[in-house]
Unconditional design. Structure first.
Lengths: 223, 223
């Protein structure tokens, strides 16, 4: 028979699982881009292992959150923590898929001659990894300031993606870069941007958790 | 003073709001692609109106689900319905963003000469609209068979996207199609595929709701 565990311990476990997912996403993104910089696929195998672990955690977290809602019928902060966990879990699971997409583009790029410097992609990746890290830190520490910092970084990532895309379109138009190479790089930047969007979603959930105020679609209040 | 409304009425309201979001997504996708076929932007304005409405509904649904969890502390099917609603809501909100992305690509494509036939994009769009429609129908009717049908359609959409992308890469390589035009079309297909992925997520949530079995990452059970 399984011993009944205190509610607070269960909540801690849930949080630790979300943190583990965040760490796996961060490492997968880092290794996928690193493999492009080093032109080596040695770090890529870990990305698929990480995705399998992320997919298991996704199911475990949903089950645990639903079970805790049913058993403990929490209100106020604990209830908001559990609904936030369900949403953050879903973001992290998709970030794991996006990291795999990047790794697949990396493999494709490694089979072809180097396009030369990777433009701003490594810089963009560092920003995105940091956003993922800070969003999870903000969650653990219930730190609204850090969450706001993540939300405001999203614009910088969007601008970087736009400038990287413009450069790659020019390369395509010049006819000097193979189409597949430029397209793979456009999609790497695109996937990094989507990971940043999910980190922003997490930060917005943290703001709701801490402040009890929904900051999504905040422009609606001006309508 | 607001009269207390029966729990069952509140659950119905929540479901109707999710249905309204699904209808808005379906219409927005349809109109964005239709505008490409007709080469007319007259149907596009409604896409932005739809997105504003979707964003309002997103907030209303999250608030209602959290309030109902706190007030009624449901168990079993009602609890699963509410956690599924939170997840389906988040999928629909992102589908609304993706429909706007498609509309933006359509505007960009309408400013340039027609690329000629739109390859399989209108066909792919019809499939995706149908998936969205069926996923929401499956949710309302708690119809596991229909939900499974949605999940199995996802492969067909993926194949269509791959074949459309291949054709567009060939057009790019031939140098006969302007880079921006081909890229916009690649991203239209890409966004349609992502909408299909979200419809699949909804169908998987319906299967969990009906059967109480988590079908996501089902390959994990073979490990």
């Amino acid at each position: 028979m399984r011993a009944v565990r205190p509610f607070i311990t269960e909540l801690d476990d849930l949080q630790n699982k979300l943190l583990e997912m965040g760490g796996l996403v961060e490492t997968s993104v880092h290794n996928s881009i690193r493999s492009l910089v080093d032109r080596s696929d040695s770090m890529l195998a870990g990305v698929w292992d990480a995705e399998r672990r992320i997919n298991r955690l996704d199911i475990e977290i949903d089950e645990a959150a639903t079970r805790l809602l049913a058993l403990h019928q929490p209100v106020a902060k604990d209830l908001r923590f559990l609904t936030a966990s369900i949403k953050i879990n879903s973001d992290l699971e998709r970030m794991g898929d996006l990291a795999v997409n990047i790794a697949q583009r990396s493999i494709s790029l490694l089979t072809r001659p180097s396009v030369g410097p990777l433009i701003d992609i490594p810089h963009m990746s560092r920003l995105v990894e940091l956003m993922v890290h800070k969003a999870l830190d903000a969650f653990v520490q219930r730190d609204a300031g850090l969450a706001e910092n993540v939300v405001s970084s999203d614009d910088e990532v969007d601008e970087l993606k736009d400038s990287i895309s413009r450069e790659l379109v020019q390369l395509l138009e010049s006819g000097k870069t193979p189409v597949h190479t430029a397209l793979d790089m456009i999609f790497v930047a695109h996937n990094l941007e989507r990971i940043a969007d999910h980190a922003t979603n997490i930060a917005e959930d943290v703001l709701f958790l801490v402040k009890g105020v929904d900051v999504r679609h905040h422009h609606l209040s001006l309508l």
